[in-house]
Design a protein around this ligand. Sequence first.
Ligand code: PA5
Length: 420
Amino acid sequence: MLNLDLAKLAPYVTQDQLNAMADELAAAHNKLYDPSAPGSDFTGWVRLPEAYDKEEFARIQKAAAKIREDSDVLVVIGIGGSYLGARAALEVFPSDGPEICFVGCSLSPNETKQVMDKVQGKRWSINVISKSGGTTEPAIAFRLFRQLLEQQYGAEANSRIYATTDKARGALKSLADHNGWESFVIPDEVGGRYSVLTAVGLLPIAVGGTDISQLMAGAADAMNRYDQRSMDNPVWQYVAARNLLYRQGKKVEIFCNYEPSYSFVGEWLKQLFGESEGKDGKGIFPASAQFTTDLHSLGQYIQDGERMLMETVLYVDDTGCDLEVPYSDDNGDNLNYLTGKPLSFVREMAFQGTLAAHHDGGVPAMVLRMPHMDAHTLGELFYFFELSCGVSGHVLQVNPFNQPGVEAYKKNMFALLGRP
Ligand code: PA5
């Protein structure tokens, strides 16, 4: 079970101030169930951990088993919400089956070519993911990789393409129907950045060997636990705290973690909060940092730079592995005082020391501790932040489920490309 520790909020935010947010929190939380609230068409993720399509879930597991059996590489094509959740989970739990490569999440010829070279001579499959079915980056990558697959496999290529897209609309859906590709649905009422617990995330994660039933069970536990309508709810506490800090001028939230494999959880969080809250001239800017390495770079700014920062630390207690600092006869590095100490203990002391230093330097922090690094806990974490983000967007009085701002660059790019 996740544990939210707000001890390092004082004196910036007091318990009384948190309690005084209760009515705002109740109203914001209710909006997720109110058909007249902004974005109400996109709240399918709220009950998803229990209401998901069980028949499709079984098909996802079956397709994953087939890919694990007949492929050395799975090329996953997608961007934004059709990419980051799966990537985040697969960084935390690397594949123990096929190598999983992500493309279509940039326009880099180098990155794309490297994966094209990698699949040469291998047994491989494609999972193309796009809700709209027409996003430029993944569409170009898919054209390249589909041609490669067809060159290698001929007609058999069609049984190696898995399309995750809208149930009825879009170019990808038409192509999938026309060619008989196995298809999975991104529900209408689930937006990209809330879609990690649909086939968007589940198929690649399952191919990697992670138990997606456990991931869903963790999310379902979180859904039931965090539905509580009181300030005892950690989601309410977190949302109240970050909004109170924002109102005090803490405009940037740094999602920090101490496990490098969680760096893409940071990327997922940046999209979730950035696209949900950054609109109408408002919103906390989401950033991420990887400790301890970034303490040797960003650490200076965090400690001493402009005081507009708050931190949300994701800390895993038991990562499932540990090492001890060995004894050295010559003690040339003066580290014998740590002899026999687990590396996790040194990390914990670095974490405690950093938290205190940043707090003293004017950076209030919220700490979300995860007991274990397992699928159940990751499911809880995904849901904790999805719910926090939905509620927080309503506290901020924006529509947390649209993203009108992402169209501006596309409009310019298409004009420059001469799109008919
Ligand atoms: O959250 C979002 O809606 C976006 O990040 C999309 O997921 C992203 O643009 C990819 O869109 P699509 O799945 O339609 O290709």
